[in-house]
Design a protein around this ligand. Sequence first.
Ligand code: ATP
Length: 252
Amino acid sequence: MNAFALDTRVPSDAPVPMSSALLTIDRIDAFYGETQALFGVSLEVGAGEVVALLGPNGAGKTTTLRAILGLTPPSAGTVRFDRREITHAPTHEIARAGIGWVPDDRRIFPTLTVARNLAIARKRSRFRAWSEKECFEIFSALEYLMHRECENLSGGEMQMVAISRALLGSPGLVLFDEPSQGLAPKVVQDVMKTITRLKAEGVSVLVVEQNVQSALAVADRVYVMNLGAIVHEGPAEALRRDDALRLQLLGV
Ligand code: ATP
């Protein structure tokens, strides 16, 4: 090679350039016992971006969220959040780093009041801290439910508590697992509006959804999974417009 030619190869001891994404999952595998559920899954969520993770039942969407949260730790690959590797961090540290979670079964303490459920969720991270008052502005009914025990709430009311609980943990990223599941259409609309509001506030969102229409209405980008692997990645706009592509990938 000419001594003056520019060598663009990265020397092996040079630092690998890091992605500017807030969350980067790089080629993760995950298992339940002997059964492999994820096969080399890679995805990114940028700061202030809403990303939808779609696909049929059993595709591996929930497992991907569980891998991010350290609940089903990856056996290979890496998870980075906010420029820090969290692949094998314990779940409570991952939450403290600024990842909020709205699980599909909501996981609210049923015998505690709404106020108590919210109080124990409060955490500080380097991201914006939300107040109860701001949660009341998003969900106006919440203020009047504070002294109710959670087991007496409707599905929609529980979802308000679950989302508020995630916000009180000062998240930079919120993971939503099937947020529209079992909810009335009006409540689904409210949940999707909340996702749009989070984006406006600079909070990133990764949302797993069976309700393709709702997810595409709020997402910037989409990943589609099948059989434990990512089979499509692209702007949500392409799937909103291209009926044939949507039918081929998502069957709707
Ligand atoms: P769904 O919408 O039905 O929840 P999903 O895309 O979220 O689907 P996962 O729940 O991640 O899919 O499941 C991925 C694979 O892992 C499936 O084959 C599922 O049967 C398997 N799986 C999920 N949870 C467990 C578990 N606790 N033990 C064993 N296998 C599991």
